[in-house]
Ligand binder design. Structure first.
Ligand SMILES: Cc1cc2nc3c(=O)[nH]c(=O)nc-3n(C[C@H](O)[C@H](O)[C@H](O)COP(=O)(O)OP(=O)(O)OC[C@H]3O[C@@H](n4cnc5c(N)ncnc54)[C@H](O)[C@@H]3O)c2cc1C
Length: 421
């Protein structure tokens, strides 16, 4: 596959753009692969790429029931950050952010990663103290983080509701290296790079069953025939419990919920950062896309469903948050909104782990925050499948943590997905 470069853009511009190759192949399924990954979202595609690139596995299929990137991977609000404090999350998300910083070069695909800063608004001295502890921990462990006072915040983001807010803004906790990326480009970039290393990406190929021989899986049953596999990895986000049941493993500590995203009509440049507002039951985050649309979201819909569309009460809720924090959006029209099917774990933390079956591996529980995790998730899931043991960084992300009572997420909330929304 030829590399994308300034020269290839120039050359194809001169020749009527007829020289571009397909970005990835559309192969027929083979009878058997060394590794079958179910789900061509970001986590599945990244896993396949790192399996081929880091571990030299050459016989890999990614099996996708729809089109690649058609799930949460292409539906999120694209926020990338690593502002976590607790050990399990701290090093994992920092590694992910470092991978993001070089991702366009590694994949030879512009994922439009924009380090425009992630700004969490603070509304009380207690919140400021908690943020100071968290952001100081980040600084002490090789990341970046800073606290802005009100004057700095006003200078950087002049349009917020400083004078009349229900919850007065007193400052912000900021990670400057955080930002956004173009989610479709990330899916396409991983797909193209994985394909160029020989990975078969099988779209329109739904897994309808998992073949078991005792304590091992021998392959998957799909809408395009049976496919044998030495190892199978699940990376199907909100459909995880369905696949888990296909493997005859009973129930998982996961619930499936919907999360919506919203885009406004395009505006002139208004907001140069990612802004997050969360206090008193509100949850709201917003940034501006390169096309000018305001991209924002809020809380989960909080009813269980596999449909990729959301309900109206959340539209109202999110619109209220938007106008309370950025009143200048009051007359802006909403262009589109949609939903993704989330895999909400009971403690708000993910799983990258082995399963009760020898050669079946699980990647799930990314909740509303798995976009930023996708490079490191693929990196460590590939390592787990290739070496059949977890790297120490992902040891806390196993199913056994519920027996150990281990808490990974700093929120300190209880064992219910609602508390992590
Ligand atoms: C509205 C919204 C906003 C979000 N905002 C952010 C954000 O700002 N920052 C952030 O970090 N995260 C965010 N997220 C979360 C993030 O998008 C997800 O955690 C992450 O994308 C999940 O991993 P994935 O990309 O692999 O999942 P998906 O893209 O959903 O991939 C799973 C794939 O599995 C396929 N599949 C399912 N069942 C089968 C089957 N039986 N056979 C074959 N294939 C199957 C699906 O079709 C799908 O393509 C958001 C999510 C949503 C919905």
């Amino acid at each position: 596959m030829s590399r994308y470069s300034a020269w290839s853009v120039f050359k194809n511009g001169l020749t009527g753009n007829r020289g571009w190759e397909r970005a990835w192949r559309d192969p027929e399924p083979k009878p058997r692969y060394d590794v079958v990954i179910v789900g061509a979202g970001l986590h599945g595609l990244a896993t396949a790429y790192y399996l081929a690139k880091n571990h030299g596995v050459r016989s890999i299929a990614v099996v996708e029931k729809g089109w690649l990137g058609g799930g949460n991977g292409g539906r999120n609000t694209t926020i990338v950050r690593s502002n976590y404090m607790m050990p399990g999350n701290r090093f994992f998300y920092e590694h992910s952010l470092k991978l993001w910083e070089n991702l366009s070069h590694s994949l030879n695909y512009n994922v439009m990663f924009s380090q425009r800063a992630h700004v969490s608004l603070l509304h009380s001295p207690a919140a400021r103290d908690a943020a100071a502890r968290r952001y100081n921990t980040m600084r002490l462990t090789g990341s970046d983080g800073e606290l802005w006072d009100l004057e700095t915040l006003r200078r950087e983001i002049p349009h917020l509701n400083y004078d009349n807010a229900r919850f007065p803004i007193i400052g912000a906790a900021v990670q400057r290296r955080a930002g956004t990326a173009r989610h479709d480009a990330v899916a396409w970039g991983y797909a193209r790079a994985a394909d160029s290393l020989g990975v078969d990406i099988l779209q329109n190929c739904e897994v309808t069953g998992i073949r078991r021989e005792g304590s091992r899986v021998s392959g998957v049953v799909t809408s395009r025939g049976e496919i044998g596999a030495a190892s199978v990895g699940l990376a199907v986000a909100g459909n995880t419990s369905r696949l888990w049941q296909m493997a005859g493993l009973g129930r998982l500590p996961i619930e499936t919920h919907k999360l919506q995203a919203f885009v406004s009509e395009p505006l002139k440049p208004l907001l140069d950062h990612v802004v997050v507002f969360g206090v008193g039951g509100t949850h709201f985050y917003i940034s501006q896309s390169d096309k000018g649309g305001m991209v924002f979201g809020g809380d989960l819909d909080w009813y269980k469903s596999y449909a990729q569309r959301g309900n109206l009460p959340i539209v109202q809720d999110v619109a209220e948050c938007a106008t309370s924090i950025l009143p200048c959006l009051g007359r802006v029209r909403l262009l589109r909104h949609w939903a993704g099917v989330m895999d909400m774990s009971m403690d708000g933390s993910p799983f990258i782990c082995r399963t009760p079956l020898d050669n079946l591996y699980l990647n799930a529980g990314w909740n509303y925050g798995g976009f930023k995790a996708s490079p490191a998730s693929g990196w460590y899931f590939a390592d787990l499948i290739a070496n059949r043991r977890p790297d120490p960084v992902i040891e806390p992300f196993d199913l056994g943590r519920f027996n150990r009572g281990l808490n990974i997420d700093e929120r300190g909330a209880g064992p219910d997905p609602k508390l992590h929304g």
